[in-house]
Design a protein around this ligand. Structure first.
Ligand SMILES: *Cc1c(COP(=O)(O)O)cnc(C)c1O
Length: 383
């Protein structure tokens, strides 16, 4: 990525810098690849990054929104996503959040338990409306990714177990104020093996056969998100492999006539366009290593501390030979490390450091721990 270093150098650090052109290129590619197939509908998973400037660009591309809280539904509407393209998931929707969705007539509630279904039916009745609902089913398909971000295995707070699926659908079909539309799945995140998505297709095919044998048909199927990005080499793969992703579903999932297939992509849409820009405060020599101490901490980007996540680290102001550093932040916790033994161009106090591929689950997860200010986000359109 070619950073506008001069302009970035004038902004208070740390902050997020978003390459709006890369985001638009990514969105165009998604539209092109998903558009090859009839009935594919793509939603953006707002939880990956709800910066209003990015949301507006994404809404303009025509995508729908996948929300997991009332606040996200409000952010999506404010950014211009039409309510009839908003789906609402989440294990614990509060009454006000359900009522918000009902009042806006959102496209669908992705329901994760029977008690939740009862509450949606009751609240829809109070408002004299009918809620479209899909059931999130736990497909017991294990994805090859970090344990903390696997969501599709057997015992899990997310979703309804496969053995309870038919019962849940029958109960929904007897309720006056819900309209059962289909099934929803989401097997995890940062998945790079297309075989994992193919395994989900197999499972969906089995479940659909089973339901049809019982006289139940589905209007829609939602397979969630989860497509991973290249954190090691973002410049080699700035746009994720949407072609293979959508083709895997087109080849593997047996859609019935008129059925729509929905996707909820988060990380793959926004990760590569975002960079956390931070300034070098000190170079500290240890006994056997040297520390590159920056002004960003895990309050600004928690993924390395939380998931052991890798972000490529670059000095965007130095052309000197590489040296090896532990890159650390100022937070009073020993997990406040962005990378150990990283090769970075020789760095001095004041140099700007780029933590790459930070557009997803970065700014949105920032906290005020240590009374730190939340990082701001700037797009290339504004510079
Ligand atoms: C987090 C989430 C997504 C998006 O996942 P990515 O890995 O960021 O694509 C999609 N659907 C649901 C239900 C989610 O919870």
């Amino acid at each position: 990525m070619n950073f506008p270093t001069q302009q970035l150098n004038n902004i208070d650090t740390p902050f997020y810098f978003y390459d709006a052109d890369l985001l638009r290129t990514t969105l165009d590619n998604i539209n092109e690849e998903a558009g090859k197939y009839d009935n594919f509908c793509v939603h953006y998973a707002v939880k990956a990054n709800a910066n209003p400037k990015l949301l507006r660009i994404i809404a303009k591309s025509g995508m729908g929104a996948d929300c997991v809280s009332g606040g996200e539904v409000e952010a999506a509407v404010a950014a211009g996503f039409p309510a009839n393209k908003i789906v609402f998931a989440g294990v614990a929707k509060a009454d006000w959040e359900i009522e918000l969705g009902l009042n806006l007539s959102i496209a669908c509630f992705n329901v994760e338990s029977l008690p939740e279904l009862e509450v949606i039916n009751e609240l829809a009745g109070n408002l004299e409306t009918k809620a479209n609902v899909a059931f999130r089913i736990n497909p017991e398909v294990g994805a090859h990714t970090h344990a903390n971000i696997t969501t599709g295995t057997a015992e899990n707070k997310f979703g309804i177990a496969m053995r309870d699926m038919t019962k849940a659908i029958r109960i929904a079909n007897e309720m006056p104020n819900v309209n059962f539309t289909g099934l929803h799945f989401h097997i995890g995140s940062q998945i790079l093996e297309m075989d994992d998505f193919a395994a989900l297709c197999q499972r969906v095919n089995e479940l659909q056969d089973q339901l049809e044998a019982e006289g139940i048909t589905l209007q829609s199927i939602n397979v969630g998100g989860g497509l991973g990005v290249d954190y090691q080499d973002p410049d080699a793969n700035p746009v994720p492999n949407f072609k293979d992703f959508f083709k895997t579903y087109a080849d593997g999932l047996k859609l019935r006539d008129g059925q729509t297939l929905h996707f909820e992509l988060g990380r793959s849409v926004v990760a590569q366009c975002g960079t956390l820009i931070t300034r070098t405060l000190y170079i500290k020599q240890g006994v056997a290593k040297q520390f590159l101490i920056v002004d960003a901490g895990f309050t600004d980007l928690i993924r390395p501390a939380l998931y052991d996540a890798y972000h490529k680290i670059e000095n965007i102001m130095s052309n000197e030979a590489e040296e090896v550093y532990d890159v650390v932040g100022p937070i009073c916790e020993s997990t406040d490390v962005f990378g150990k033994a990283r090769k970075v161009n020789k760095t001095k106090r004041g140099d700007l450091i780029a933590l790459r591929s930070a557009g997803a689950y970065g700014e949105i997860m920032a906290s005020g721990y240590n009374c730190r200010q939340l990082p701001k986000g700037w797009t290339s359109d504004e510079l």
